[in-house]
Design a protein around this ligand. Sequence first.
Ligand SMILES: Cc1cc2nc3c(=O)[nH]c(=O)nc-3n(C[C@H](O)[C@H](O)[C@H](O)COP(=O)(O)OP(=O)(O)OC[C@H]3O[C@@H](n4cnc5c(N)ncnc54)[C@H](O)[C@@H]3O)c2cc1C
Length: 441
Amino acid sequence: MRYLILGASAAGINAAKTIRELDKSSEIAIISEDTKVYSRCMLHHVISGSRTVEEINFMEKDFFAKYKISWIKGKKVIDLNIDKNEVKLNDDTVEKYNKLLIATGSSSVIPPIKNLREAKEVYTLRNISDVFHIQNSLKKSKNVVIIGAGLVGIDALIGIMNNNLKISLVEMGDRILPLQLDKKASSKYEKLLLEKGIDIYTSAKVEEVTLNKTGFVKKVILSNGTAINCDLAVVAAGVKANIDFIKDSRIKVNRGIIVDSTCKTTVENIYAAGDVCATAPIWPIAVKEAITAAYNMTGNYKVLDDNFGLRNSMNFLGLQTVSLGLIDPPDSSYTVDILENKDIYKKIIHKDGIIYGALLVGDIAYCGVLSYLIRNKVNISKIDKNIFQIDYSDFYNIKPDGQFAYEEIASDNIVNDTLEQITVSKPKSFIDKIRSFISKF
Ligand SMILES: Cc1cc2nc3c(=O)[nH]c(=O)nc-3n(C[C@H](O)[C@H](O)[C@H](O)COP(=O)(O)OP(=O)(O)OC[C@H]3O[C@@H](n4cnc5c(N)ncnc54)[C@H](O)[C@@H]3O)c2cc1C
């Protein structure tokens, strides 16, 4: 048996490790364009110089030797032949497989804005090579424009701040981090950035960039006519799945590769995991999908138990935030509870006892339980408590015969029963319950 994995990042590495844990003897090989293993979530630390590439490596030093995995690095897969069970690399070599995992992630997109793709000193932020380009460019730049104020754009901004640069942030939406934050939460981060001297342009579309005589970016022109000086632009305006090498229509794709709940593609011995599936482009989901795929590739049945991708945490400029599910109610049938003081802003969106979204800014306590409640659509209507203080103890119970029970709260029916019991005699916390249990003896 030969397992072949395309991609050496969150999905590829975790899949390889899991396969080895489940299958001690088969051959495992990884192919990647990457020549190093690193966390993309930490690239901004390398830009700022606070970490080296080695310090953002997320696996054990002797990983490949320890798990007996061979790594073909610095090679690009350019074709996949399903009938021959092989992939072709950009050096014309061919690698065979019995089972294949596609974990090739995605690439940043540069939108078709006039001169943007042609301009020199315009970069994206996805790979370590982008970091090196940006670092080089920073040595000679005075005016930096970040196009796109989503998580990657803000990461880039944080990485290059504190370099005595004039930095401008341009966002098409009406606020920064528009997919993660509502207007209020976003304004808290905007305030922090303005205090650092960053110019922020929201509801602003880039119309074109102008170039100097040698083709270097000179100005970024917005649709309202504003011209921003620029000698380095970082574009963070979306991604596309790395699926160019898939030309055979038997592997079904839409925005990414389509997989079932076992992470299998529409071809029997081919699996896919991570950003290449375009389900939820975040690290933990890539890992979960990879582990699920690994189980099924090795004949151990496992289904994806969590693909809740609408969760983000951030800690830019010392302000902690967790954003889960909906950030604004879709219509007036939802209830929105808000808790706010000068340091914190919390918001929970719910309807008929089900929580659909939560924003916790400045204090992220209870984010674990909120994430669970949202992901599993747990009905909380019978919990007689401040919604901002529901915690796991609300789901613990002591049975009349003195046994402890941590009630399963994944199913709505069980939840309702459980909550009924809890509301009848609900101690304040789990610790209280232990105390009252002990006091019986
Ligand atoms: C700047 C930045 C910040 C981020 N911050 C966060 C965060 O805070 N929290 C979070 O959860 N997520 C974050 N993410 C997203 C997270 O990094 C991704 O979800 C995760 O990396 C996906 O892992 P993956 O293995 O699916 O794909 P990728 O990490 O994209 O890896 C793809 C792998 O495939 C290889 N490859 C691609 N094409 C080919 C080919 N044709 N042939 C051979 N090899 C190929 C690549 O070399 C690479 O090794 C961030 C991403 C970026 C870019």
